[in-house]
Write a protein that binds this ligand. Structure first.
Ligand code: SF4
Length: 299
């Protein structure tokens, strides 16, 4: 068991590594995305809000002040460049952003969310340099290993891009975290498990899982409004999450098991609004099964 949980939570990993609570600061580095500016596509992934999946991103100072009021205990921070594509800029801009983040009191590392097709040699060189200087991981939004689903939501890169990126990062000793979305239109449970197995093949440092959110202001939101399609119930989601965690090796850190959609923009599913209920249900399901992360690991 993992400190009372049934999985290897990143919060526990960071607490053990740094000796105190470590909080991620969600930052907007002012990036755009090649799937929005026309270089790879336009309109973005159909589920993506105009904020590039960084709806809560803000400045470092604002966030540190807010968190210091919330928790009296000492804490450290990971500067998390979450919005849009966090390596889609010249290396000098990335260097300047990362330097400025690392110079803030209490910041002990960097997390950079990006697309696998935005990791050219110059960016990899820079990531390698910073990986030697600080604690760092790179997040890759795989979402699914099913290329038909990926085409349907307009991902605009291929699994081969992911494979190359994961290989290049590993070859330089850089940790990566893979995002998966459950409940994409047309995907059944076996497909979702296949995506998790695929992600596990590349020895990720971590995995992030969340339910597909149908959001206002997105193409998928309009499609859902015109022709609603089936979404997972909370029970189906919990069952699939537990199955996925059981097949992940125990050393893979779990970064997220629910999403954080802005409440005022969420169209469906309604049950995702109550994060604690979902997390409790996952714990209860593991207790009922008597299983844990790695119980059925195959890699
Ligand atoms: S790659 Fe990321 S930021 Fe770009 S459109 Fe897709 S989800 Fe949004």
């Amino acid at each position: 068991m993992f400190n009372g949980l049934h999985y290897n939570s990143i919060a526990t990993y960071l607490k053990e590594k740094f000796g105190c609570r470590v909080v991620k600061l969600s930052l907007d580095g002012g990036f755009t995305c090649p799937n929005r500016d026309g270089s790879k596509g336009t309109g973005g992934c159909t589920f993506c809000s105009g904020s590039g999946s960084g709806d809560f991103a803000g400045t470092i100072d604002e966030q540190i002040k807010g968190l210091s009021k919330k928790w009296a205990q000492p804490q450290k921070f990971i500067a998390y460049f979450q919005s849009f594509t966090g390596t889609y800029a010249p290396a000098e801009k990335l260097r300047s952003l990362w330097e400025s983040a690392l110079s803030c009191p209490g910041v002990v590392g960097l997390a950079v969310a990006t697309r696998p097709d935005c990791l050219g040699t110059e960016v990899l060189d820079l990531l390698e340099e910073y990986n030697k200087r600080t604690f760092l991981w790179v997040e890759l939004g795989l979402q699914t290993a099913n290329e038909i689903s990926a085409e349907n939501f307009n991902r605009c890169w291929k699994n081969a891009d992911f494979e190359e990126a994961a290989h290049n990062l590993s070859a330089r000793g850089i940790k990566h975290v893979t995002h998966l979305i459950l409940g994409l239109p047309g995907e059944d449970k076996q497909q979702m498990l296949a995506s998790a197995r695929y992600a596990a093949r590349f020895s990720p440092f971590g995995i992030k899982i969340h339910m597909l959110h149908i959001m206002e202001g997105t193409k998928m939101g309009r499609q859902y409004g015109e022709t609603p399609f089936p979404l997972l119930s909370m029970d189906e989601y919990v069952d699939t999450v537990c199955d996925i965690i059981e097949i992940l090796p125990p050393q893979v850190t779990i970064h997220r098991l629910t999403g954080d959609a802005p409440q005022d923009k969420l169209i469906a599913p309604d049950w995702t609004r109550n994060k604690h209920r979902v997390l409790n249900a996952i714990q209860q399901e593991f207790s009922r099964r008597g299983t844990f992360q790695g119980f059925r690991a195959v890699v």
